[in-house]
Write a protein that binds this ligand. Structure first.
Ligand SMILES: *[C@@H]1O[C@H](CO)[C@@H](O)[C@H](O)[C@H]1NC(C)=O
Ligand SMILES: *[C@@H]1O[C@H](CO)[C@@H](O)[C@H](O)[C@H]1NC(C)=O
Ligand SMILES: *[C@@H]1O[C@H](CO)[C@@H](O)[C@H](O)[C@H]1NC(C)=O
Length: 593
């Protein structure tokens, strides 16, 4: 995407999300377009700024308290120590530009409701040292100024000497930032005289705001060029600590008949996480605040955090990410940094998403499946913690399940096809998605690089939907029970009511290595289950009694032929893995092992 040179100065990163249609991948193509843009950082305060220098108010954090707390000292600045502030939930202010009148009222309402929910979720997770006073964004000196006094002996060193007559306004992506949100700017026509003219007056700023989200709903050129794109985003500005303070999310279209509230909320959270710091443009500006008792103050730059591991996989090596991944995979391997997606990335470069093979289901994977399977996982929250800009409530992470306890080699290309893990499959049969809420089909995609996983079926895959019964069970006497109390998918081996079975033997050797392998005689079926303890449960097939289903083993059902496979460490272990329901919001749920 070509931007005029002036916009390049402003725009940080571009995050693109493809809308999720049933059975269609929700794909974030952020990195394709982000390379061409970069963001403005808050300008350092001029050492000789007068005490009422307005720009101060645009800055965050303890090093820059409001003017009333500052004192001049021989013409320079002295920072007065403020009482330590404790991090508070981030206040994200959503601002919708006026030109957004292309939506119907109903569309606006449902978008607002999804964005409000995403903002609530993010605020419940991330805390910051709040911006003191109203948030005021900086103007880009390279845009409004024709030249800057460059001799350090001049009083007005680094100040603007001549206005750029073509200067109109500040923009971020397709949004024109209102003057009211922006600091004023002055011109100093002489190098040593305090005389100045006001080029733009000071805006009022936004009270009670730590991050300003411009929500732009418009079919931009970018949207039209990529009909699958649902939304994309940039961060526009960072404060003096490097923390992003403003960003734009462009919503391309909302009119799909298949509008899905939960998927829209997840898309917004995904975009917000990029704009707030989970971005290859920002990885190198993350800060180490481990020696500090509060975020923002007393931190040092982390420098380079992305390194290649022994196998060429690019990974984020920061302390919380490493320990979160080690805990997740139950491994002490020190090489376990957070793996980044390598598809479509040039060698040596990185992407802004987790590697799909290792962190499937994460909100920050490049591909988001069905919204009921997307998790705000502990490794993503650890990464946000390691930015140094946020205090993250890690106990609010949702269980990822994918790869839990599977060891350091989990998800590698060398192991995903050797039938050693229940999470991967080979072949092309029908089984169960790993959360067991959906029937699945063994498939691969470019992100999986040949590894197979059970993806939710395109049609009628949800075990919790009663309506699916007719379509799936038919009259094959498989004993399926669907609906809210059923909810779980079980891999079966030609299970059928004895009287009606056409085949008589279940090929037991398919369970060699206890692996999910695909075969025409193995299928995912929906049965009722109930927990009797951690990782212990009973199942009920249509017309049968409740029977114990020993995890990791198989069970036979009276009156039926064939076998039901009882998954190990999947059911009755994660209290936050539940089928969705219209009136129960499962977020936030605590992560318990
Ligand atoms: C973190 O979240 C948990 C679970 O919602 C909550 O009980 C706890 O109070 C939160 N902790 C902080 C420091 O906000
Ligand atoms: C994994 O299982 C499939 C299907 O049974 C089989 O074709 C394949 O050879 C197995 N792979 C390994 C490495 O055992
Ligand atoms: C999904 O189910 C509907 C209704 O039964 C049917 O019309 C449609 O063809 C199915 N689509 C696929 C991809 O199987």
């Amino acid at each position: 995407m070509a931007l005029p040179p002036s916009q390049r100065l402003w725009v940080g990163m571009l995050v693109v999300m493809v809308v999720e249609l049933p059975g269609v991948l929700q794909k974030c193509i952020f990195d394709e377009v982000q390379a061409q843009v970069r963001a403005v950082r808050a300008a350092p305060i001029h050492p000789d700024s007068p005490p009422n220098e307005p720009r101060l108010r645009s800055l965050t954090g303890q090093e820059h308290p409001p003017p009333s707390k500052q004192q001049t000292n021989g013409g320079g600045w002295r920072t007065v120590k403020s009482p330590p502030a404790s991090p508070q939930p981030i206040r994200i202010h959503t601002w919708i530009p006026r030109e957004n009148d292309n939506l119907s009222d109903a569309e606006k309402d449902r978008l607002k409701s999804a964005v409000a929910e995403a903002v609530r979720v993010v605020s419940s997770l991330l805390s910051v040292n709040r911006v003191l006073g109203p948030l005021l964004l900086s103007r880009d000196v390279n845009k409004y100024c024709k030249f800057i006094w460059s001799n350090s002996r001049n009083t007005n060193y680094n100040r603007c000497g001549r206005a750029n007559n073509n200067y109109r306004s500040e923009t971020c992506l397709d949004v024109t930032i209102p003057d009211d949100h922006l600091a004023g700017c002055d011109i100093y026509p002489e190098p040593d005289s305090p005389r100045r003219t006001v080029l733009r007056p000071e805006g009022a700023g936004l009270p009670d705001t730590d991050f300003l989200l411009y929500l732009h709903t418009q079919s931009t050129d970018k949207c039209r060029a990529e009909p699958d794109v649902f939304a994309y985003a940039v961060h526009c500005q960072t404060d003096t600590h490097g923390r992003p303070v403003a960003g734009v999310v462009v919503i391309c279209r909302l009119t799909e008949s298949t509008y899905n509230h939960q998927a829209t909320v997840q898309t917004m959270i995904h975009e917000l996480f990029h704009a707030l710091g989970f971005s290859k443009d920002l990885f190198h500006t993350w800060r180490d605040c481990s020696s500090s008792s509060q975020v923002g103050a007393g931190c040092s730059p982390r420098g380079k955090v992305i390194h290649s591991d022994g196998s060429g996989q690019m990974r984020i090596y920061t302390p919380s990410v490493i320990s979160a991944l080690q805990r997740h995979l139950a491994s002490t391997d020190p090489e376990l940094g957070g793996p980044l997606e390598n598809l479509d990335v040039q060698p040596g470069r990185v992407s802004s998403h987790w590697e799909s093979r290792v962190l499937r289901g994460s909100i920050m994977a490049a591909v988001l499946e069905d919204s009921t399977t997307v998790r705000i996982d502990p490794i993503t929250l650890a990464a946000l913690q390691d930015t140094g800009w946020y205090t993250v409530n890690l106990s609010r992470a949702q269980s990822l399940v994918w790869g839990d306890g599977e060891g350091a080699m989990f998800g590698s290309l060398s192991t995903c096809q050797d039938n050693s893990s229940f999470f991967f499959c080979t072949g092309s049969g029908v089984g169960c998605h790993f959360l067991h809420l959906h029937k699945g089909e063994c498939q691969t995609d470019p992100y999986l690089e040949g590894c197979g996983v059970f993806k939710p079926l395109k049609n009628a895959s949800e075990c919790w939907k009663k309506d699916n019964t007719r379509q799936t069970a038919g009259d094959d006497w498989s004993g399926e029970i669907l609906g809210l109390n059923s909810r779980q998918c079980f891999l079966t081996c030609i299970l059928c009511l004895t009287l009606f079975c056409s085949l008589s033997t279940c090929l037991l050797h398919l369970y060699i290595h206890q692996s999910f392998v695909s075969s025409s005689s193995v299928e995912g079926r929906c049965y009722r289950h109930r927990c009797t303890g951690p990782n212990r449960y009973q199942i009920q097939v249509y017309g049968s009694e409740w029977v114990d289903c020993p995890s990791g083993d198989t069970v036979q059902i009276k009156g039926y032929q064939g076998l039901v496979f009882c998954p190990d460490r999947r059911l009755c272990l994660y209290p936050d893995i539940n089928p969705p329901s219209d009136d129960v919001n499962t977020f936030p749920s605590s992560h318990t092992r």
